[in-house]
Design a protein around this ligand. Structure first.
Ligand code: FES
Length: 569
């Protein structure tokens, strides 16, 4: 019998309650010694056939179980809500906080001592981490891993990134609809997450940089046998972590978040990392603000993956993956503990780069200063962000008249109008797509280029909204404007014909309209009627924080680590 564990409050009791907890579990064939005080390890699984990116997680759970048994623990797999980014309406982001609640309450309610988080698709990783952080039991991540490289007509194609390009090419008449359809199956050739440096691979890269997974977790392809071995090793490690009482709060320090921000710049990571890291920091009580992301702004782009570069995650893996990136950043990395117990420096010990075109050296980068830029001004008093590595450099300093779309419906109805009064210089503004407005802050900020301009060969314009954009997307797209239009932010007051000035260099975003005129417009403004009046969506709209606070629900910020003592019977 080892030391008394959390699970002893369920399985260690010799009374009626203990009988009930053990007996019902034994209907699955567990022997007596499964409940002799050894650690019970939860495997929190977001497997779902409606989340294709996570459809390999059942197999990986078996790998984790092998490791847990080997180390003397008892693995118990349980499902939580799964969020299929490409399948859910109105947007998977609406449900990230619901998944976090599901994870938190499942971990808290059951008699487990530690948990392995199996996720991958964009919102599943942050949702699981947020929930686990709020209970603060020992926790470790195993990700789905990326799909194999997309292949079509003899070349590599990338999830998402090439869909946007193909879609514009069809609208410009440069690609046939038949070719467009044919590319579908070539793009998604195996289980796993998007194989570009989209949000899923960004988040798994940052999880590795924060030390919440074992090294190499981010890039190993989903179908690579070494990922199964990684799952096995993770199962072994979580049992040790329980004995060491190594919890998320020991790992997710301010320094760990700073390392994630630095890594996000170096990998050309998704803008979505901003809302996820802010929300996660809120769960563990770390004072992280939008301004903290500026520490990444001078960090060079090292990883040559779409959408900021040309390669895909499989190439990134074979070049050495995150250990090489962390080695290149080692002079910037903050000391921080990891799931291995030691410092993050151990994650790049002995790392070697096998392809310098895919992972550049710090002093020979793909782009010199690639981190996200935070913009502020009278259009975004609480901030907005832009991703320079995926933008057109000349457009990062820009002033022009705007064309406003009041809603996503307005945009869809009018973007292809032949008489849309826009030029390549026009700034497109989209309202009503923030956390409360849509609701759920969808990935529509990279609005399509108007057809009249696509036909003239225009492929990028300055676009501004309170939305997010897919991590696989690109362009000079200013996102997460806060406060959002629906919350009465200045974005709500912009009208077609106004002028906006953007300066990424100065970090500014200004609406060139007088204060008196804006005050008059505000007096006449009313928010749109709520789209949702019941259920989770109503709770979300009523309590969601703005983008600069991570779009968590206000009552979910923080944690509650108390043991639940009341019984159900
Ligand atoms: Fe699931 Fe991209 S849609 S990872």
């Amino acid at each position: 019998m080892t030391k008394k564990r959390r699970s002893a409050a369920w399985y260690g009791k010799l009374d009626k309650d203990g009988f009930i907890h053990r007996s019902w579990m034994k209907n699955q064939g567990y022997p007596d010694h499964a409940f002799d005080g050894r650690p019970i390890i939860g495997i929190c699984n977001t497997w779902s056939e409606l989340t294709p990116c996570n459809s390999g997680l059942r197999d990986l759970a078996e790998g984790v179980k092998r490791g847990v048994w080997e180390a003397g623990g008892v693995p118990v797999e349980f499902p939580v809500m799964s969020l299929g980014e490409t399948q859910m309406k109105p947007t998977a982001m609406l449900f990230r906080n619901l998944l976090a609640m599901d994870v938190e309450e499942s971990i808290r309610a059951y008699g487990i001592d530690g948990v392995v988080l199996l996720g991958g698709c964009d919102k599943t990783t942050p949702g699981q981490l947020m929930g686990a952080a709020s209970v603060d039991l020992p926790a470790i991540v195993v990700s789905s891993g990326p799909m194999l490289n997309g292949k079509w007509q003899g070349r590599d194609i990338g999830s998402g990134t090439d869909v946007w390009k193909f879609s514009e090419a069809v609208r410009a008449g440069e690609m046939t609809l038949q070719d467009f359809m044919n590319a579908e199956s070539g793009m998604s050739r195996s289980k796993g997450v998007c194989m570009t440096m989209g949000t899923a691979s960004t988040m798994s890269s940052l999880v590795e940089a924060m030390g919440m997974s074992l090294p190499t977790n981010a890039a190993l392809p989903a179908v690579d046998s070494r990922r199964m071995a990684l799952a096995h090793l993770t199962g072994k490690r979580i049992v040790e972590m329980v004995d060491e009482d190594l919890k998320p709060s020991d790992i997710l320090t301010k320094e760990a978040f700073e390392n994630a921000i630095l890594a996000n710049a170096a990998v050309g990571g998704s803008t979505n990392a901003v809302v996820h890291l802010l929300a996660l920091a809120g769960r563990v009580g770390i004072d992280l603000s939008l301004q903290d992301f500026e520490i990444g702004s001078g960090v060079p782009l090292l990883v040559n993956c779409m959408p900021s570069g040309q390669y895909l995650m499989e190439d990134f893996c074979y070049a050495g993956g995150m250990p090489v990136v962390l080695k290149e950043l080692s002079h910037l990395l903050r000391p921080a503990r990891t799931v291995l117990g030691g410092d993050i420096a151990a994650y790049h010990d002995g790392a070697e780069c096998w392809n310098r075109d895919v992972i550049r050296a710090f002093d020979a980068p793909l782009k010199p200063a690639a981190g996200l830029r935070v913009l502020r001004g009278n259009l975004a008093p609480d901030g907005a962000i832009v991703k320079p590595s995926a933008a057109t450099e000349a457009l990062l300093e820009h002033e022009a008249a705007v064309h406003v779309f009041e809603s996503i419906e307005d945009l869809k109805a009018n973007i292809d109008r032949p008489d849309l009064p826009v030029t390549a210089d026009t700034i497109l503004v989209l309202k009503g797509c923030g956390p409360r407005g849509y609701p759920g802050m969808p990935e529509v900020g990279n609005m399509p280029i108007p057809r009249v301009l696509v036909e003239q060969g225009v492929r990028d314009m300055v676009r501004i909204s309170d939305a997010r954009m897919s991590g696989t997307a690109f362009g000079t797209v200013i996102l997460h404007v806060a406060p959002e239009a629906q919350a009465g932010g200045p974005l709500a007051l912009v009208r077609t014909g106004d002028r906006i000035r953007v300066s990424a260099a100065r970090g500014s975003l200004d609406l060139l309209v007088s204060d008196a005129e804006l005050a008059a417009r505000r007096a006449a403004w009313t928010p749109e009627a709520a789209h949702y009046t019941r259920g989770y969506a109503k709770m979300y709209v009523d309590t969601v924080l703005q983008a600069d606070k991570g779009a968590d629900l206000d009552f979910l910020v923080g944690k509650d680590t108390r043991l639940v003592t009341r019984e159900s019977h």
